[in-house]
Structure formats: structure tokens, C-alpha cells
Ligand binder design. Structure first.
Ligand code: PBG
Length: 325
């Protein structure tokens, strides 16, 4: 046989495979989402997200000790308030759950980077991501004032980065201006630029008690059928001052991640959402897939073009990366 080109030469042992590896997953790529609740001494597993918990602030601090041991440096905070109202006032209260959590974390952990989710849905009694008109339609421009107030209150508490997930028009520009006016010119904004109206958020809405009490989010989140619209959303966010753009969900939208990266080459995040986590977790639990499927999925997100992966798998994959895949 006269075969000159033999790709298998570079697959013949693990050393050579390691040498030519094109994509590497690192612990620094990972952001771990955490849910914080009011109260004390609470660490309660979230049934829809096995392996993830509702933490009171004291327990959250202990969890962060664990994360530091694993080398995880980036967290994304979600607050679950005790009280909800029409305008989500607990979201921007100085003594809101997220604001208190940020201050406590920063006292003890100087080297943890705190990103906060900016949205109203966990805080409104109707569960929508903004301020409602009488018809039930979310009023865009009025909502912007509230979102920016939340962002400024997180900045005052000591957040390192804010991440608006509401999908209102013009929110990045509005928030950038308000943050700058208050002196937070160096606080980056990671925009959930491309957030599809997805059924993969189901377990999160259970975990965060944030399902809309009527209707759906289709008047503000994007139609999963639309890739060109995704590019327009990113373009707007970059023009308005977003520092990092995000695609969400990740696994069902790898084509979108690649498309954005090819066109804009800006720092990009992808959110490996709750439904994607739950699906894989179930399959592994039932011995249908091996744990390696987690690594493979996260690698595919990185290969598609994401620099940052927000994932509920952060802890387990960090452990595996330590043991070295
Ligand atoms: C809040 C928000 C949601 C998620 C992140 N921020 C839920 C939603 O839009 O309904 C989803 C995260 C996940 O599913 O893991 N707006």
C-alpha cells in the first residue's frame, strides 16, 4: 500500500494527541452560577438542578471556599428574594439579597470575581422581566430605568461585572450611561445579547421561582429560528458599549456562537443553561452516557467560539481538569 498521508500517525498515543490538541478547556473558562436566598444555615439541593443548591449567605461563603480549592474564580450570582412586587423593588434595594451577598463575599474572598445577573423576573410578582403595561405588555423604556438602577446598586455593593439578561431594547447604552454617571466607568457589562426564547430554561425557572405567571417571554426573547437577527442584536450591543456578548442557550445554538465569533471577534460567552445541564445529568445518572459527555459538550461550546462558558457543571469539570483529562 502506498499511503503517504496517514492522519492516524498523530493519534497513536496520548502524548502525541496532547501535543496536537486544538482546543483546550481550562478552569479559567468557567463561570459558576449560584443561587442565594434569604435566611441562615440554608443549603438546600435544587431538585430540578441536582448538585446545585439554594444557599443562604453564610453557606454561600463556605461554598466559595470550596470553589477556590477547585480553582474556580468566576461566579454568577442569582438572588431569590423573600418579597416580590409589581416593580421588583427588591432587585435594586441596598439591602436586597444579591447586594448583601456581594458585600459578604467581598469581605472574605478578595480573589473571587463576581458577575451579577441583572433582571426583574425573580423579583416581580408577575414573573416578567420588566414593568408591565395594563395590557400585560412589557414596557421597554420604563423598564430600562429599573434595570440600570439594579446595575448601579450591584456596582455600589462591589460587583465586578454586570450581566443584563432581560432583552429590552437599548438597555446596554442606558446602563452604560448610568454606571458612568455614578463613577463606575471601569465596570464591564457582559450582555446576554442573544437570548432565545427557549424551553431549555425550565429547570432554572423552578430554581429561581421566576416562571411568568401568565403568557410567555416571546415579546422580548428571540425566536429560535432567527440567526440573522442574532447578528443585529450583537451589533447593537457592541455599539451601545457591551464589553462581552453572550449567546444563550449554548448547545442547541453552537451555529450562532460560531457565526458571531466569525463576524465580530469580540470576547464571547455562552450559557450552558439549566435544561442542557439537567438533560445530560439525567442521562449520566441512568447510565445512558458516561461522564465524559460533560467534557465533550463543554469542549464543543469552546470549539464553536466561546471564550467563557457559564455552566452548572463548573465544579465537576474543574475537578476532572485537576485530575487531568
Ligand atoms: C433571568 C434569567 C434566566 C436564565 C438566566 N437569567 C431565565 C429566563 O430567562 O427565563 C436562564 C438560565 C438557565 O436556564 O440556566 N432572566
Amino acid at each position: 500500500m502506498k499511503i503517504i498521508k496517514r492522519p492516524r500517525r498523530l493519534r497513536s498515543n496520548s502524548l502525541i494527541r496532547e501535543l496536537i490538541k486544538e482546543t483546550r478547556l481550562q478552569v479559567e473558562d468557567l463561570v459558576y452560577p449560584l443561587f442565594v436566598v434569604e435566611g441562615e444555615n440554608i443549603k438546600k439541593e435544587i431538585s430540578s438542578l441536582p448538585g446545585n443548591y439554594h444557599f443562604s449567605i453564610d453557606k454561600l461563603i463556605e461554598e466559595i471556599d470550596e470553589l477556590e480549592k477547585l480553582g474556580i474564580k468566576y461566579i454568577m450570582l442569582f438572588g431569590i428574594p423573600n418579597k416580590k412586587d409589581e416593580i421588583g423593588s427588591q432587585a435594586y434595594s441596598k439591602d436586597g439579597i444579591v447586594q448583601k451577598a456581594i458585600r459578604s463575599i467581598k469581605q472574605r474572598h478578595k480573589d473571587i470575581y463576581i458577575i451579577t445577573d441583572i433582571c426583574l423576573c425573580q423579583y416581580t410578582d408577575h414573573g416578567h422581566c420588566g414593568i408591565l403595561e395594563e395590557t400585560g405588555y412589557v414596557n421597554n423604556d420604563e423598564t430600562l430605568e429599573y434595570l440600570s438602577k439594579i446595575a448601579v446598586s450591584h456596582a455600589e455593593a462591589g460587583a465586578d461585572m454586570v450581566a443584563p439578561s432581560d432583552m429590552m431594547d437599548g438597555r446596554i447604552g442606558h446602563m452604560r450611561r448610568k454606571l458612568d454617571e455614578d463613577g463606575y466607568v471601569n465596570l464591564p457589562i457582559m450582555s446576554y445579547s442573544i437570548k432565545y426564547s427557549s424551553s431549555f430554561y425550565g429547570p432554572f425557572r423552578d430554581a429561581a421561582h421566576s416562571a411568568p405567571s401568565f403568557g410567555d417571554r416571546k415579546t422580548y426573547q428571540m425566536d429560535p429560528a432567527n440567526p440573522s437577527e442574532a447578528l443585529r442584536e450583537v451589533q447593537l450591543d457592541i455599539e451601545e458599549g457591551a464589553d462581552i456578548v453572550m449567546v444563550k442557550p449554548a448547545l442547541a445554538y453552537l451555529d450562532i456562537i460560531r457565526k458571531v465569533k466569525d463576524k465580530y471577534d469580540v470576547p464571547m460567552a455562552a450559557y450552558n443553561v439549566s435544561g442542557e445541564y439537567a438533560m445530560l445529568k439525567m442521562a449520566i445518572k441512568n447510565d445512558l452516557l458516561s461522564e465524559e459527555a460533560i467534557y465533550e459538550s463543554l469542549l464543543s461550546i469552546k470549539r464553536a467560539g466561546a471564550d467563557i462558558i457559564i455552566t452548572y457543571f463548573a465544579k465537576e469539570i474543574a475537578q476532572k481538569l485537576k485530575e487531568r483529562y
